[in-house]
Design a protein around this ligand. Structure first.
Ligand code: AMP
Length: 217
């Protein structure tokens, strides 16, 4: 099965995707993480998307389709995967529907609904490990040692695109390009669960998601 984590930047998709990955044993696929790896490697894709990401706009659909096709073609994705940050446009949603059909995979959409003000506060406090990708929040989920990753001791960093003016543009992209996909999902008969996710701690939210998925399969 494909689990599609859907929601605004900062709605908790990445954190929930990692918890789901541990529980369900199917890999998390974050297009944002994949693109950031390309940017860090300064390869062809990285050079193409660095500025786009830095300004809070969306990378081109064709490039995202290539990245996704390559990733879901790997053996660990045969039984399913967890999508975090994809699809983000109508074209990507159509591409995904075709891909799932091709692979005979079912799908469930978990739509995380979070207040705008909560999102802004969360993103400002967000930190990530540049080596393993672990996510922290300085207020709600701080690392054990000041600003160092609990897993590998790397110095945590704030993402370049977690600056206030960039956050606003990412939120606009979400409203204009990404949110309309929900209508496409509904019309295509995808199962969608809307979850109010502004206030729960990550573990409590995960329990709700786990119960929904267990009841659904
Ligand atoms: P994220 O880590 O999911 O917040 O993504 C960070 C940035 O990567 C976004 O603001 C976009 O510039 C780019 N990006 C990630 N996923 C996609 C996607 N599915 N389509 C287009 N751009 C994306």
């Amino acid at each position: 099965m494909a689990v599609i984590l859907f929601g605004a930047p900062g709605s908790g998709k990445g954190t929930q995707a990692r918890l789901l990955e541990q529980w369900a044993g199917i890999p998390q696929i974050s297009t944002g993480d994949i693109l950031r790896q390309h940017v860090a490697a300064r390869d062809e894709i990285g050079v193409q998307v660095a500025r786009i990401m830095d300004s809070g706009l969306l990378a081109p659909d064709e490039l995202i389709h290539t990245v996704i096709r390559e990733r879901v073609g790997q053996p660990d994705c045969a039984a399913g995967f967890i999508l975090d940050g994809f699809p983000r446009t109508l074209a990507q949603a159509c591409f995904l529907a075709g891909l799932l059909k091709e692979k005979h995979l079912g799908e469930v959409v978990i739509h995380l609904v979070v207040d705008y003000n909560v999102i802004i506060a969360r993103l400002a406090a967000r930190r990530q490990c540049p080596r393993c990708g672990a996510l922290y929040n300085l207020i709600s989920n701080p690392p054990q040692t000041d600003a160092l990753c609990d897993r590998d001791g790397s110095a945590l960093v704030a993402r370049d695109d977690d600056r206030e003016e960039v956050i606003r543009r990412r939120m606009r992209e979400y409203e204009n390009e990404t949110k309309p996909i929900l209508e496409y999902f509904r019309a295509a008969g995808f199962r969608i669960f809307d979850l109010e996710a502004s206030h729960d701690a990550p573990e409590a939210l995960f329990e709700r998601i786990r119960r929904l998925i267990e009841a659904d399969v």
